[in-house]
Design a protein around this ligand. Structure first.
Ligand code: PMP
Length: 447
């Protein structure tokens, strides 16, 4: 996009900002507090607003812009497909959808091979839940507290973090288990698994699936020990339940592997995807299953669908995005540059007493803040019911934003998930800014 010089009103708002505030519901917010900033464009790992600010996109927007903001091959594929034929009903086959299905079978673990397409992570999770229930003939889903799986009825019910509270009691049969959270939980990660084993035993033969993010994303970048996910799959299968891995955030190179499941060499029975699937160029979600699960629906009706299931434009974008990951070796790059990012974060941890923990894998990393490193005390929580974090972590993110680094934060943790195209020089630039911004939390420790 071209640079624009915008005129603003006495409050400093552009026309777009005024219109947006008046006519658009802000997500996850008190509407009175919504103050959207007008964005005018992006290039590579950077984006800019209408007030002449520019940021390094250190969180990939909502941890989804895996290809950055100049993936021309994806943009071209979208335009081409829209010209050739933007939409045909899901009952028709299109080249884009068929080839994307084939491509997903190639890049996902093991024999996962048949995909249901949708338009978001939440829909991908809804489909996974329905498939697991129909396949097993059982109803319950065990997920974990420190998780997010989506905002619609089923996916918010299996979400464990406080965003679920407004939707409770939610759909029946959504049961929560403890998490592999070595820094902040009283249970060791592997102990939490034995707890899940016992839960399954006590629930009897009623659990359809265990649903987990292989590496937990918005709840603080929690990477379990290597043996955790293989053992979880074993526990699920011992009790006749499926393992669903929600790869909406961890997928498509984020961890330095194609999928979070690959980090642990585990093939789930069902996998959900969105975000990086199209590099966030268009809304696209997907739920992929094993041949065995797919076969079940030869004789039982797959009673599910959406008008935009397998939308040709979205599938063309998905195919172009995956080809871009492959042609530009972005998964390997994410792994290499991710190691470098990890080292730089360790340096920040050494320099700042308010950094309690840094953790992560590849370009999927978190900095957890603490006001007392010995006792691991988080900064105070916000007072409202659904917010998940503290004002101090907000203030650190704001200080970074003021200095040109956009970084997301949740649950006392700064979340780093830049486009996979990021370079070591970009990382150095962002780390220098974070080094300054963390003075804010250091200064808040004794208050
Ligand atoms: N699952 C996970 C792991 C997610 O991180 C998200 C979104 N942050 C979702 C599901 C829901 O995806 P969407 O917002 O596209 O509906």
């Amino acid at each position: 996009m071209t640079e624009q010089t915008q005129s603003t009103d006495e409050d400093g708002r552009t026309d777009v900002e005024k219109l947006d505030k008046e006519y658009v519901f802000g997500t996850w917010s008190y509407q009175s507090e919504v103050e959207p900033t007008e964005i005018v464009g992006g290039d590579g790992v950077r984006f800019r607003d209408a007030h002449e600010n520019e940021w390094i996109d250190f969180s990939g927007q909502l941890m989804c812009s895996n290809l950055g903001h100049s993936a021309d091959a994806v943009a071209d594929a979208i335009a081409e497909q829209a010209h050739e034929g933007a939409y045909f009903a899901p009952g028709f086959a299109t080249e884009a959808r068929a080839k994307l299905g084939e491509k997903l079978a190639e890049v996902t673990p093991g024999d996962l091979s048949k995909t249901f397409f949708s338009t978001s992570g939440t829909e991908a999770v809804e489909a996974a839940i329905k498939i697991a229930r129909m396949y097993t003939g059982k109803q319950k889903i065990i997920s974990r507290y420190r998780s997010y799986h989506g905002a619609t009825a089923g996916s918010i019910s299996v979400t464990g973090d406080p965003r679920r509270l407004m939707a409770e009691p939610g759909v029946p049969g959504a049961i929560k288990a403890p998490d592999p959270y070595a820094y902040g939980s009283t249970l060791e990660p592997m102990e939490s698994l034995e707890y899940i084993d016992e839960m399954l035993m006590l629930e009897g033969d009623t659990v359809a699936a265990i649903l987990v993010e292989p590496v937990v994303g918005s709840n603080g970048i929690l990477v379990p020990p290597d043996e955790y996910l293989p053992r979880l799959k074993e526990i699920a299968h011992d009790h006749g339940a499926l393992l669903i891995c929600d790869e909406v955030m961890a997928g498509f190179g984020r961890t330095g592997e194609w999928f979070g499941s690959d980090v642990f060499d585990v093939q789930p029975d069902i996998m959900t995807m969105a975000k990086g699937l199209s590099g966030a160029y268009v809304p696209l979600g997907a739920t992929i299953v094993t041949p065995e699960i797919a076969d079940h629906f030869e004789d039982e009706m797959f009673c599910h669908g959406h008008t935009y299931a397998g939308h040709p434009v979205a599938c063309a974008a998905g195919l172009a995005a995956i080809e871009t990951y492959q042609e530009e070796n972005l998964i390997e790059h994410a792994s290499d540059v991710g190691d470098y990012l990890g080292q730089r974060l360790e340096e920040l941890a050494d320099a700042h007493p308010s950094v309690g923990d840094t953790r992560g894998v590849g370009l999927f990393r978190g900095i957890e803040l603490t006001k007392d490193p010995d006792e691991r005390v988080p900064f105070g929580e916000r007072e409202d019911k659904i917010s998940t974090g503290s004002t101090v972590v907000d203030d650190v993110a704001a200080a970074a934003a003021d200095r040109g680094v956009y970084i997301a934060n949740m649950i006392n943790t700064l979340i780093i998930a830049p486009p996979l195209t990021i370079t070591e020089d970009d990382i150095d630039e962002a780390i220098e800014v974070l080094d300054d911004a963390l003075e804010v939390s250091d200064g808040a420790m004794n208050r």
